[in-house]
Design a protein around this ligand. Structure first.
Ligand code: C2E
Ligand code: CA
Ligand code: CA
Length: 648
């Protein structure tokens, strides 16, 4: 798998190099020229007012000092120049528009200065006044937007100066030629220095902009899959909900992978990472460009379906995605199979804020995971009622007197070969002082969500252990653990000390865990079960067949028993299919040296079919409903008289 390991690092290195290359390329050529012009723009624009002030002021000087007939011409020209310069600053150059506009403005300014000098020299042709062209050169160097203007302006001034000097004799020409060349050097030196400094600053800014842009992009991109990340997803979701946005209905969905954790735990993170990348690609290929696929984190992906679509079409699209995920993924040299469940909610039907819509989609996902794994669920009114109920149950549980309101009932587990009850499953009951009786799967889920499960488990286990003291020593009791119990070290050590303190022989106690609980955190679950097993307790895998049903990992857990899911028993009525499934599970257990219990036997026909499949242990209403401890002893006492329930 070595080739899979450095995915993330490789992406980061490549990204860094790309940033620099991209930034430098952008800093080149036209862009650089444009950016330089932008940087020079304020310098040129701000030079206009001082120049206009000069040309305005010179009119007053002309008024008092001009003795030639040129006063009118020179004053009008100066006034026009001042006005044009002011217009240029406040109108044309108020904002940067384009390099060409800036170039034209700076060329016009240069020409106006040139025209003023020419006019002045026309009326004052003294040799010394030729030096004004030197000033013109300096002005052009300062206000020239491009090299073209600077070079053109400087050469025009120089040539005019030399041409006029030529008319004044060789001595004057030689003097001004020397002066002109010196000035050209100084002027171009200044230009180069100034442009170099500005150019460096501009390049640095372009690079910084590119880096910032890249950093921003990275901040909104999932590093592993390159999909938009959680932050980007919620930014988009918020944008769709903004008051100004066209409030068209849209769907938000969450797709959560089933069976990803075992892949990660069994094959390592490199395989897990590669699998997530491929999942992202597959989802993207299904949800065409117009839909957004993002990774929320872990094995959770989210979708924004903004194209108008009705519930049926969404269901079809969602199923297509789920089916695509069920096709094997080729990771390295192995095929990996997983699945996914999805929950969807719609704006504005199910919520008006990002939080509401997300919560609804998450609830629909939760519903899919609990009842329709490997399928998608669209949030509906029933779920809305569930949310209300869940809130009420959690509230009531928080203030409940657990010790008084919780109780345990016991349902017999039968050995059909020995024809007797060999154990009981302890099942929780809650009679809330506020809500009355609440179904165990409802309040156990509420306890898990609200963090009260540890206390609930402790109370139930204490009561169960206490009841066990009254049972014959050859009767076992099965106790259900939740996923939260399994992943909490504290909870497991608490359970261990309760068992030790009770004095009950640990081998009489069997902990039931579901596949889902086991898969929540494969490694921790394994450690927890190893601890319980090391203490001497037995472990049963509950509801087998309802979840991942991956036979591959069963041997990795210290299991003693498998309980087939209740659902399979009802399929026994359908004849061959159910029969074959149960038989396959029974055979699997035999091969792995595990006990097999068929759960949910309600009728004689089911009982016969279960027995015919080779199952040794059964449990169900046919033999007995869950009963309080007071009835258990009576039940055991009269058991012998009911042997007609067994098939000989
Ligand atoms: P489960 O562990 O699969 O428990 C078996 C459930 O099937 C029990 O429902 C039982 O009354 C029911 N059942 C037994 N025989 C039959 C049958 O022949 N037909 C039908 N239709 N149902 C049958 P219950 O007591 O309502 O418990 C429901 C679930 O609540 C349990 O499923 C278990 O997941 C959870 N639960 C119950 N007690 C506890 C507990 O103490 N701790 C935890 N963590 N979960 C518990
Ligand atoms: Ca159970
Ligand atoms: Ca069960």
């Amino acid at each position: 798998m070595a080739e899979l390991v450095p995915t993330t690092e490789r992406q980061v290195d490549a990204a860094d190099i790309l940033i620099e290359e991209e930034a430098l390329r952008r800093a080149d050529a036209l862009l650089l020229e444009e950016e330089m012009a932008k940087a020079i723009h304020p310098i040129i624009a701000r030079a206009m007012t001082p120049l206009a002030t000069y040309f305005g002021g010179i009119i007053i000087v002309y008024y008092f000092l001009e003795t030639t007939g040129g006063f009118l011409v020179m004053s009008v020209l100066s006034a026009m120049t001042a006005a044009i310069l002011l217009l240029a600053e406040h109108r044309w150059l108020a904002d940067y528009r384009s390099i060409r506009q800036l170039e034209a403005a700076s060329a016009i300014v240069g020409l106006l200065i040139y025209a003023n000098i020419l006019a002045f020299l026309h009326f004052h042709p003294e040799p010394v006044r030729l030096s004004y062209f030197i000033l013109a050169m300096m002005c052009v160097v300062t206000v020239g937007a491009t090299l073209r203007v600077v070079i053109g302006g400087a050469l025009l001034s120089l040539c005019t100066m030399l041409w006029l000097a030529y008319g004044l004799g060789p001595d004057i020409l030689a003097q001004y030629a020397m002066l002109g060349i010196a000035c050209i050097f100084v002027a171009f030196g200044m230009v180069l220095l100034m442009r170099n400094a500005i150019g460096r600053a501009v390049k640095a800014r372009i690079l910084a902009d590119a880096l910032r842009g890249k950093a921003l992009e990275q901040a909104y991109k999932d590093a592993l899959t390159s999909l938009p990340n959680r932050r980007r997803f919620f930014t988009e979701l918020e944008a769709l909900l903004e008051p100004g946005a066209a409030s068209e209905p849209f769907f938000m969905g969450i797709i959560d992978l089933d069976g990803f954790k075992p892949v990660n735990d069994l094959y390592g993170h490199a395989v897990g990472d590669e699998l997530l990348i491929q999942v992202g690609e597959r989802l993207q290929s299904i949800f065409a460009e117009e839909h957004m696929v993002a990774r929320l984190g872990g094995d959770e992906f989210s979708l924004l379906i903004t194209r108008p679509i009705d519930d049926q079409a969404l269901q079809a699209l969602g199923r297509e995605a789920i089916e695509a995920l069920k096709r094997p993924f080729r990771v390295g040299d192995r095929d990996v199979t997983i699945s996914g469940s999805g929950g969807f909610a719609q704006f504005p039907r199910n919520g008006r804020t990002a939080g509401e819509i997300y919560e609804r989609a998450d609830h629909a996902l939760y519903s899919a995971k609990s009842h329709r794994r490997g399928d998608i669920v669209i949030f509906d009114d029933r779920h809305e009622a569930d949310i209300g109920n869940m809130g009420r149950v959690e509230q009531a549980l928080r203030i409940a007197d657990l010790n008084r309101e919780l109780s345990v009932v016991f349902q017999p587990q039968i050995d059909v070969i020995a024809r007797r009850t060999v154990g009981f499953e302890a099942l929780a009951r809650w009679e809330s002082c506020r809500l009355g009786k609440v179904a165990p799967d409802v309040f156990i889920a509420a306890a898990e969500r609200s963090g009260l499960i540890e206390m609930v488990t402790e109370t139930l286990l204490r009561k169960t252990l206490c009841a066990m003291a009254d049972l014959p020593s050859d009767i076992r009791v099965a106790f259900n653990l939740s996923a939260c119990d399994l992943v909490s070290e504290r909870s497991i050590s608490h359970i261990c000390s309760l068992v030790r303190q009770s004095g009950i022989e640990p081998g009489r106690l069997e902990f039931e865990i579901t596949e889902t609980a086991m898969m929540t955190d494969f490694e921790r679950a394994r450690e927890a079960l190893a601890t319980l097993s090391a203490m001497g307790c037995r472990i049963a895998l509950d509801d087998f067949g309802s979840g991942y049903s991956s036979f591959g990992y069963i041997h990795r857990f210290p299991l003693n028993k498998i309980k087939t899911d209740r659902g399979f028993v009802s399929q026994l009525d359908d004849g061959a299919i159910g029969h074959n499934i149960i038989r396959a599970m029974v055979d699997l257990c035999r091969n792995l040296n595990l006990d097999c219990l068929v759960e949910g036997v309600e009728t004689l026909a089911q009982m016969e079919a279960a027995q015919a499949s080779g199952a040794r242990y059964v449990q169900g209403y046919y033999f007995g409903r869950p009963m309080p401890m007071a009835e258990v002893l009576d039940y055991l006492a009269v058991e012998a008289t009911k042997s007609e329930r067994f098939v000989s």
